[in-house]
Design a protein around this ligand. Structure first.
Ligand SMILES: Cc1cc2nc3c(=O)[nH]c(=O)nc-3n(C[C@H](O)[C@H](O)[C@H](O)COP(=O)(O)OP(=O)(O)OC[C@H]3O[C@@H](n4cnc5c(N)ncnc54)[C@H](O)[C@@H]3O)c2cc1C
Length: 405
């Protein structure tokens, strides 16, 4: 049985960054990353953006060049899935029955796309989570003219923008009464619905999917609850992820929707940490509420905090959340968490396609969504971090720079 001082499960953003940061912090013990994908760690955001569009080859979305890992003495165990954790014996079991021992375990397994209750396995039905998903999807584009995207979240909308640009006829089905309902305020939702419609996307709100139509195992359309059928050659399902934590929870770790971690990303199991999309943590920018964040920022910052803790400088995870989304020529940048806001201030004119939405809670700035407004994003960050409560009229006035507030 092989064994490593630090074993990282998951070769995504969080797992890769944990190994990188450990070496940066002069960690000299042995490190291995076990990942169930065949590739070296790569960036996921381009999967629904430049990589899907064919504008960036795979080599350009690798987190580090392939040689980096061996140079840093980080063992890469690819195409290897961990199915069980034994916290007493300090070892994991892989799908092929192999066992790997650990001194410390960092669980960074992300999540898997939520599936439709029926029809998910039909040919022509795709999720966008991995390189393999996108390669499968793009290999079918030559025979696709109509695409139905189920889910009006960031990934669904980004895919809709790319595929529309590629000349496909795209319909987006959102079950709620606005897109991005989970993550953004109404003004932003309406703006993006308008943009997609202006680019020719058929955006349907309050659209409930009843099932996927099929012929000989291949999807031929989507049937809505009101009986309407939308014929298509491709269905993209973007309805969120389920955190990949089963082996940890089965081993007794606290959690459910993610594995619960403390301020230093420790799980309730000894010597086991969890970071990234799968980590359920109390977030200071959500007033201490327990949440999971699905972002590169969260993955990297949690990885950096754990690497410091494991190299002797016990460090809490306390980083301001930020995120971005590219759709058409619109660059959205967000900082903070808008959940629970009780007021919003519009700064700039959405018709100009450059504006910001500032979210307030009891008068304090808790988040900004900035569309083609890099300056607001950069300068507004301090308002969120310091929980400032400026005069809303000044926030709205584009002649007042946010830095001055
Ligand atoms: C299409 C897409 C677009 C996105 N766009 C943005 C964006 O614009 N901005 C942003 O901030 N964030 C974006 N995100 C989110 C961001 O990519 C994730 O938050 C980030 O990848 C989380 O990192 P992670 O390491 O926690 O999980 P992941 O990157 O998902 O890595 C987890 C890895 O663990 C592997 N794994 C799972 N279970 C096991 C197991 N049992 N054994 C071994 N390996 C396992 C998985 O296959 C995967 O390779 C996007 C995500 C997607 C899918």
């Amino acid at each position: 049985m092989s064994a490593f001082d630090i074993l990282i499960v998951g070769a995504g953003h969080a797992g890769a960054q944990a190994a990188i940061a450990l070496r940066q912090n002069k960690y000299e013990g042995s490190i291995a990353i076990v990942g169930d994908e065949p590739e070296y760690p790569y960036e996921r955001p381009p999967l629904s953006k430049e990589y899907l569009a064919g504008e960036k080859p795979f080599e350009r979305i690798l987190i580090r060049p392939p040689a980096f890992w061996a140079e840093r003495d980080i063992a890469m165990l690819a195409s290897t899935r961990v199915v069980a954790v034994d916290p007493q014996a300090q070892e994991v079991t892989t799908a092929s029955g192999g066992r790997i021992g650990y001194g410390r375990l960092i669980w960074a397994a992300g999540g898997s796309p939520r599936a439709l209750s029926t029809g998910h396995d039909l040919a022509g039905v795709h999720a966008i989570r991995s390189r393999a998903d996108v390669d499968r999807l793009t290999s079918e584009l030559g025979t696709t003219t109509r695409v139905v995207v189920i889910g009006g979240g960031y990934i669904g909308l980004e895919a809709a923008a790319v595929l529309t640009k590629l000349g496909k006829h795209v319909t987006v089905l959102e079950a709620l009464d606005r897109v991005l309902a989970r993550v953004a305020g109404q003004t932003l939702s309406r703006f993006y619905e308008g943009e997609h419609r202006a680019h020719g996307v058929d955006v349907r709100l309050g659209a409930k999917v009843d099932g996927i139509m099929q012929s000989e195992g291949r999807a031929t359309g989507v049937r809505l609850a009101d009986g309407e059928v939308l014929p298509c050659e491709m269905v993209i399902v973007g309805i969120g992820i389920a955190p990949a934590v089963e082996p940890l929870v089965a081993a007794g770790a606290e959690g459910g929707n993610g594995v619960r971690v403390d301020a230093q990303c420790r799980t309730s199991l000894p010597d086991v940490f969890a970071i990234g999309d799968c980590a359920l943590h109390a977030n200071a920018f959500a007033d201490g509420a327990e949440i999971r964040l699905e972002s590169v920022q969260n993955a990297n910052d949690m990885a950096n905090a754990v690497a410091k803790t494991l190299t002797g400088a016990t460090t809490d995870y306390h980083a301001v959340p930020w995120f971005w989304s590219n759709q058409y020529d619109l660059k959205l940048q967000t900082v903070g968490l808008s959940t629970g806001h009780d007021a919003t201030v519009l700064r700039g004119d959405p018709a100009s396609r450059s504006f910001s939405l500032i979210y307030l809670k009891q008068g304090r700035v808790i988040a900004l969504d900035c569309v083609n407004a890099v300056r607001d994003y950069v300068q507004g960050r301090a308002l969120v971090v310091e929980r400032k409560s400026p005069d809303p009229a000044q926030l709205a006035d584009t002649n007042v720079v946010l830095k001055e507030l």
